[in-house]
Each structure stands twice: as C-alpha cells, then as structure tokens.
Design a protein around this ligand. Structure first.
Ligand code: IMP
Ligand code: MG
Length: 179
C-alpha cells in the first residue's frame, strides 16, 4: 500500500471530476464552432489533461511539452529549460496550455512566451490548482480548478520525487514525511 494513502485528502476524486466537467463545458462554450489544441506540461498535467479532454465536446487534439526547472529553491532566477517542444505546428490554432499547478508562475511564463513565438490564433491557460500566495511572476490562468493554500500536494498526476502521481485524490504531504 502506498504510504501516501495515509496523507490527508485536500480535494477528493469526486470534487476533481465535477470541476473538470465544468471546465470542459466552459471550454466548449468559449470555443463553440472552433477547434482546440490541448498542450499538456509533462508529466504532472497528464492525468488532468486526460480527464479534461473527455469533457470537451468540440474537436480537440493533444500535444505535450516538457520542461526542467533549475534552482528554484536556491536561486532567485529560477531558470526554466525546454526539454520537449510541440510535435505539431501550432500557428493559427487555439492553444490551451494545461498545467497541474500554477505556483511561482515561472514555468507558465516561460511556456507562454515560447508558445506565443509559434503565433497561435489564441492561447489560454488551464491550471488544475492555483497557489496564488507563491506567485513570483505576474500570470493568471484562464481556467482554474481549485485555488489552494501554500501546501505541498501530491496525487492526480502530481508527485514528490516522481512518487504518488497515481493517487486518485489530491493529498497534502506532511512536512515531516520521512522516506
Ligand atoms: P512554477 O509555477 O513554475 O513554480 O511551477 C509549477 C510546477 O511546480 C508545477 O507544474 C509542479 O510540477 C511543481 N509544483 C508546485 N507545487 C507543487 C506541489 O505542491 N506538489 C507537486 N508539484 C508542485
Ligand atoms: Mg509540473
């Protein structure tokens, strides 16, 4: 049994499913008669993207980008580096950047700038979670699942050292977690 099954639940799988369905309906309404390209940020957003996509009724394709962040804790510069770019051309398309957590904002500011260079028709951001108290960069998501306090969470795609992504609920990691 995963030790994380004992961590306190912050957001249940049912709450996530309800909110994800609402965001899907909102995207359908906002892009009625158009198509969207969902761009997931690996790996954390993979689970959210998979569920969100199934609540979108308009025509929709997927792509993924991957980034690495350096020295977030140690250096105030918090450099972000692209590890994997889009596979398909995005010029003239409606992009929705899908992320697990909007935290300091460094990742999404970097990715927004990068994707804008591809000259999309539009670019929106969907973040399952928003931790506004941690923000360094000035950036907001267009679609937010839940606004949460400054706690480290795992589950539903989110990890601690690559662990616990498979948990269906979002849980708070105790600060004294030993392993
Ligand atoms: P930022 O907005 O550039 O600071 O980074 C956001 C990324 O940091 C997210 O995509 C997550 O990968 C990671 N992250 C931030 N907070 C948490 C958390 O509470 N649990 C797991 N990953 C987190
Ligand atoms: Mg991430």
């Amino acid at each position: 049994m995963s030790p994380a099954r004992k961590f306190p639940v912050l957001i249940t799988a049912e709450q996530i499913a309800r909110r994800t369905a609402e965001i899907g309906r909102q995207i359908d309404a906002d892009f009625a008669g158009e198509k969207v390209l969902l761009v997931g940020v690996l790996k954390g957003a993979a689970v959210f993207l998979a569920d969100l996509a199934r609540h979108i009724s308009i025509e929709c394709t997927f792509d993924f980008v991957a980034v690495a962040s350096y020295g977030k804790a140690q250096h105030s510069t918090g450099a972000v580096k692209l590890i994997k770019d889009l596979d398909q051309p995005s010029e003239g398309r409606n992009l929705i950047l899908v992320e697990d957590i909007l935290d300091t904002g460094l990742t999404l500011v970097f990715l927004r700038k990068l994707l804008m260079q591809h000259r999309p028709r539009s670019l929106k951001i969907a973040a399952l979670l928003d931790k506004p108290s941690r923000r360094i960069e000035k950036i907001e998501a267009d679609y937010v699942g839940f606004t949460i306090p400054n706690r480290f969470v795992i589950g539903y795609g989110m990890d601690y050292a690559e662990r616990f992504r498979n948990l269906p609920d979002i849980r708070v990691m105790p600060p004294d977690f030993p392993e």
